[in-house]
Design a protein around this ligand. Structure first.
Ligand code: TYD
Ligand code: MG
Length: 439
């Protein structure tokens, strides 16, 4: 028997009245070590040269954007975590994947612990999915779900969601770290034993999510996140981890009445409402995988008299924005001490590249000085001494900006030794004359 903490998932071989890891005072709960099915017998050591063999077999879904992100399709026995905020479209995407696979002759089992079979059925009708090879199970007990899968032998098992299924012996509520991990571990075991691929749908809250799918990322084979703002129709599907292919690939969709539609030209979609010639906005050609995508980066600086002005950031790391504010202050004399600051990436995409620094800094300066940047693209990392650092994929970025009709870009080349002041000279000529003398 093993004992586990409800709050943090800490495991121990003996019972304790409190958790030594997170100090929760509830005491540890008992969980079963018994595998849900007998493990496959190990083949023993094999020569490394024989281990790779043929390339991994994959079952293509038949939806280009999904197959691209998965690296060509589903690998039998692979477990895929599909995360995203509630309402972003995970259930819709999972159902469409089921529909596409079924259309190609695969059998799919959807275990729906969150919605009723009727609700899923209605959605399938609306999406015009032929349900003949798709089976529904409205069930929350993970052993019952895996039992049903064992009988049906589907090619793909979808569990929607991993936070609402339960392993009965684990005496904690659905969605707790212990439950989520235990249920996922049983699905992993089942998938590896049977060769069935699985999708675990997981909800993530805006702040990253507690007790959520984050704790599963190291266990599963593939981690996909669906992101985008519920209001705007655009969605990005990002691969954060893939044991069978490249990561940081992105697929783009649009939420339409008939479900998620693949977007052939995401740059054009992201820039659809762009007004290039107003202060505080510019285009940033980000590269996801090897694919350049132009997104709009916005900033707003507004005067305020409160002692600790508000900083509100969406789509980039808040710490990077704070760093850009400090760099603009220290190296360019642009102070935001009496300004509220808002930074936003239009369309709900999350930018993690260091190349996001310069567009954020320029958007901030443009709003602070109330001067438009014109239709401009920018990219580059900004260091603490105000130096600009070149980033990869320069040609791809230039070409993507040009393709979308943005002729001018500000970006550091390797070895040019430019600083943030020179970038401001190029983007906002004469900016220094606008500075108020320091008190
Ligand atoms: P859903 O897949 O239920 O999101 P999640 O499983 O991530 O919580 O769908 C989210 C939203 O998408 C829902 O509010 C309605 C909308 N939607 C459409 O706009 N068109 C459609 O065809 C479908 C099925 C849903
Ligand atoms: Mg859902």
């Amino acid at each position: 028997m093993t004992y586990s903490c409800i709050a943090c998932g800490y495991r121990s071989a003996k019972w304790m009245g409190f958790c030594p890891q997170c100090r929760a005072s509830e005491g540890l709960v008992q969980i079963s070590d018994k595998p849900s099915r007998p493990l496959r017998t190990s083949p023993g050591p094999i020569p490394l040269a024989k281990a790779g063999g043929a390339t991994v077999a994959r079952v293509a879904v038949g939806m280009g954007e999904i197959d691209r992100v998965l690296g060509g399709g589903f690998v039998p026995g692979a477990v895929v975590l599909l995360g995203g905020e509630p309402g972003v479209g995970k259930s819709t995407l999972a159902l469409q994947v089921a529909g596409a696979l079924a259309a190609g002759g695969s059998k799919v089992l959807i275990a729906t612990a969150e919605e009723s079979a009727e609700q899923v059925g209605l959605r399938a009708e609306r999406l015009e999915i032929d349900g003949n090879e798709i089976f529904l199970l409205a069930e929350a007990d993970i052993d019952d779900i895996l039992g049903a899968a064992d009988q049906l032998r589907p090619d793909l098992l979808i569990i929607d969601s991993i936070q609402t299924v339960i392993a009965a012996e684990v005496g904690t509520a659905p969605g707790s770290v212990t439950q989520v991990r235990e249920c996922a571990a049983r699905v992993m075991r089942y998938a590896k034993d049977s060769g069935t691929a699985a999708i675990l749908v997981g909800h993530v809250t805006k702040d990253g999510g507690i007790a959520g799918p984050k704790t599963l990322e190291h266990m599963v084979d593939v981690v996909l996140y669906l992101e985008g703002e519920s209001e705007s129709g655009l969605r990005g599907l990002r691969s954060l981890k893939n044991r069978f292919g490249a990561t940081h690939l992105m697929g783009f969709f649009e939420m339409a009445h008939e479900g998620l539609r693949e977007v052939a030209d995401p740059s054009a979609a992201f820039l659809a409402d762009w007004r290039g010639a107003v202060p505080g906005t510019l285009a940033f050609p980000t590269v996801e995988g090897r694919r350049p995508v132009l997104v709009e980066v916005q900033a707003l600086a507004a005067p305020t008299t409160v002692p600790q002005p508000r900083r509100s950031v969406r789509g980039v790391e808040p710490s990077r924005v704070h760093q850009m504010l400090a760099i603009l202050d220290r190296h360019a004399g642009l102070s935001f001490a009496d300004q509220e600051v808002y930074v936003n990436v239009v369309g709900g995409l999350r930018l993690t590249e260091p190349a996001t620094d310069l567009p954020v800094a320029l958007a901030l300066a443009s709003s602070r000085l109330d001067r438009p940047l014109g239709p401009l693209a920018a990219w580059g990392e900004v260091g603490l001494t105000g130096e600009l650092r070149a980033v990869a994929h320069e040609t791809r970025r230039v070409e993507e900006a040009a393709r979308l009709g943005i002729p001018t870009s500000v970006a550091p080349h390797k070895g040019t030794r430019l600083g943030i002041r020179e970038a401001l000279d190029l983007a906002l000529p004469g900016w220094q004359e606008q500075l108020e003398p320091r008190r």
